[in-house]
Design a protein around this ligand. Sequence first.
Ligand code: FMN
Length: 389
Amino acid sequence: MAGFVAGAPVSAAVAQIDPSPFGEHRRALSLAEMQTAFDFEPVFRGNVSLPVYDYTAHGDGSEFNVQRNRQAFDWVDIAPARNAIPEAQVDLSSELFGVRMKFPILIAPTAAMVPLHPEGEIGMFKAATAAWNTLMILSTNTSTPVAKVAPSAPGGTLWAQFYPQQNLAATQQWMDTYQNAGCNGIIVTVDQQAAYYERSLQNRNLGGRVRTAGLGQGARGAAATLTGAARYRVNPGRLWYTWQYIDAVRKMVKGPLLLKGIQDPEDARLAIAHGADAIIVSNHGGRSMDYGPSTLEIMPEIAAAVNGRIPILFDSGIRRGADIFKALALGADGVCLGRAARWGLGAFGPAGAQRLIEILQRELVQVAAAAGCAKLTDINKTRVKINFA
Ligand SMILES: Cc1cc2nc3c(=O)[nH]c(=O)nc-3n(C[C@H](O)[C@H](O)[C@H](O)COP(=O)(O)O)c2cc1C
């Protein structure tokens, strides 16, 4: 009988309906069983539709850059410690523009969190604040307005990210909105991100590209008819950026201005010359331009160009405490979590995001202790060996 049921057309049909069944899991793992950031991803995948999952996972083009961001961490050794110390002696606290940080970890701006979990950006901000007051950067493409997110986690710090807009009056309006909502730090993302995502193209027969606004709704509607340059997958929307624009924005921002997406030492120098208070070394998690270098590979050169003049934050590929340690050792003052934080929220809501952040905090302390680093300034390039050219 069992053999008959297993071979019946009904079970075959079910397998075809679900394009990505819940792996080999016999049961869904619980929050308490999450041990690493990676544990959250399959749970998140099981909770959401394929387009929502793909929107978080994908990178530009072949996604080589996404993989390279991860692989680069494997090619940096942590120097074996002659002087490991107890974890209790490790204090990785620092201050960033007046914000006290117990750990050098922030939440990167990532768009549209409500499709991940009904509590969306508010849930993420509460989770970040509960995890030792982790600073969160809200995406300009948030699914919840900044005025609602900002007051939702008392005591927390929310900064806001913005994509350049050619219209200066519109830019000023956005800056006013953010600053009136209490976002002191403003992050302007300057990577081109003119990319198209092949995963979304492959979904075209299921309903065209999945963009932020239609996420979760339009995904299976009628395929959009592409016109003009878009027919050839050219997305020119962000190719006009100039330093003069940054000069104009600088005047609008009263607090710290951070430029996100710096991938070149000369751009780092120019960022300082044009008034940036900090930079974020980022390739948008491999979503900006395929076949570029990983951010870890370019970090040492950028740190040399900046030479301690302004803080450097780092993102793209952070999944472990050891990754954070390596980025700090190569010159970062802090790191931002992109996809990893989304996995936490999408898997278990705010409690999941909080636990994920805390796992990375704990892992970082463990690595620092094992490497004999009691404080942030002890984590420097003498603690690592780079194996890429
Ligand atoms: C789903 C998703 C949406 C994103 N949306 C934005 C955004 O709106 N603004 C922005 O500056 N960066 C955005 N990013 C890039 C992140 O801020 C960050 O640079 C990147 O996620 C880091 O790489 P990681 O995900 O491998 O950690 C997004 C990234 C993802 C994965």
